[in-house]
Design a protein around this ligand. Structure first.
Ligand SMILES: *Cc1c(COP(=O)(O)O)cnc(C)c1O
Length: 358
């Protein structure tokens, strides 16, 4: 009965989707989701809780999060001619952008493999999703295929994560600009891993390209639990998006906490630096393991290929370590696994178990 009603009323594109699956990590060493492994120094936690003491949780939060945006502008060095819009994680911003552009025959185009939320949100909002394979050898953008697909599908929206998840690489500036020149609609560059690139950003391009928006998040620098995504770009585009944004999407605790943490940004930046440093060591050690290919990374994770991804994944899990199995997600990710860079101690534990398994 219920099923009949669901079949009649829930839109086809929703019924045929699968929800985003988050594995249960209870009791496991969590190296699957690009989280920052470090907590805040103890005295800072006390100061943070002092700030929260004054939160008016009986009142609605500032719908425009003005105080927080001011700090973000400064911290992220947003060009003065650009505006900002905040999301409950950048996932929400991806959804808002798709909702703004969705319609019959409207296409979202993205390179593949890339962030799993792009196709999921495209389909959920009724957009047609078109994926264009990256080059097989080094996961660079295949400009020729991208331009051909843009010409053929006239996408309303092109989404590119730079650096890309799960391939960990930055794309060439020239290639990205050629795509911006060719795209008829909006292009969003998702810079979720900015902090691990040594400072590569397209913020400086915003004044040149009126079809570009640049997205950031605080999730990968230690604040995944707060849920705060940031989108920068032309005030004209953002004014349209703002009509779709629910008025109180950034709650008071997030506004106050993020504001406090941006006042102590050197702590988060320092942790990101440390992770970049430990990434080199982990990369070098992984490369020494038999039968393991490691791609170089501009992110806080490493993509590796092994002889039997399923076996390595399940053996690690039975030794208490959770990583991400990518094998099966896309043909280019055959026998691939993704490992989040963690503390020196946790990286060593991973290497110890891998040496046992391989
Ligand atoms: C992790 C990640 C995000 C982060 O999403 P939030 O909703 O801000 O946590 C966005 N884009 C890419 C490519 C990512 O890998």
């Amino acid at each position: 009965m219920t099923r009949d009603r669901i079949n009649e009323w829930v839109r086809d594109e929703i019924r045929t989707l699968s929800a985003y699956h988050v594995p249960d990590a209870k009791g496991l060493l969590k190296l699957d989701a690009m989280e920052n492994p470090y907590s805040l120094p103890e005295p800072m936690i006390d100061d943070w809780l002092e700030v929260l003491r004054d939160a008016d949780i009986n009142r609605y939060p500032d719908p425009d999060a003005r105080a927080l945006k001011q700090k973000l502008r400064h911290y992220l060095q947003i060009p003065s001619t650009s505006d900002l819009i905040l999301g409950n994680g950048s996932d929400e911003l991806i959804q808002l952008i798709a909702m703004m552009l969705a319609g019959p025959g409207r296409v979202m185009l993205a390179p593949e493999p890339s962030f799993a939320m792009f196709p999921l949100i495209a389909k959920a909002t009724g957009m047609q999703y078109v994926g264009v394979d990256l080059k097989r050898d080094d996961f660079s953008l295949d400009l020729e295929s991208m331009l051909a697909a843009i010409k053929k599908h006239q996408p309303a929206l092109v989404f590119i994560a730079n650096p890309n998840n799960p391939t960990a690489n930055l794309f060439a500036e020239k290639t990205l600009k050629a795509i911006l020149d060719a795209a008829p609609g909006l292009v969003v560059l998702d810079e979720a891993y900015y902090h691990f690139t040594g400072g590569v950003t397209a913020f400086g391009w915003l004044s040149q390209y009126d079809n570009l928006l640049v997205m950031r998040t605080l999730s990968k620098v230690g604040l995944a639990g707060l849920r705060l995504g940031i989108l920068a770009g032309s005030p004209l585009w953002l004014a349209e998006l703002n009509k779709l944004r629910l008025p109180y999407n950034i709650n008071i605790l997030t506004q106050l906490s993020a504001g406090f943490l941006l006042d102590h940004a050197q702590v988060l930046d320092g942790q990101a630096q440390q992770l970049c440093h430990d990434r080199s060591h982990l990369e070098k050690e992984l490369k020494r393991l038999p039968g393991v290919k490691v791609w170089s990374s501009q992110t806080n994770f490493l993509l590796i290929r092994v002889n039997d991804a399923e076996l390595v994944f399940s053996e690690l899990k039975s030794h208490g370590i959770l990583i991400k199995k990518l094998h099966g997600a896309h043909p280019l990710l055959d026998q691939c696994l993704r490992i989040t860079v963690s503390t020196p101690e946790e990286n060593s534990e991973l290497l110890r178990v891998l040496r046992l398994i391989l």
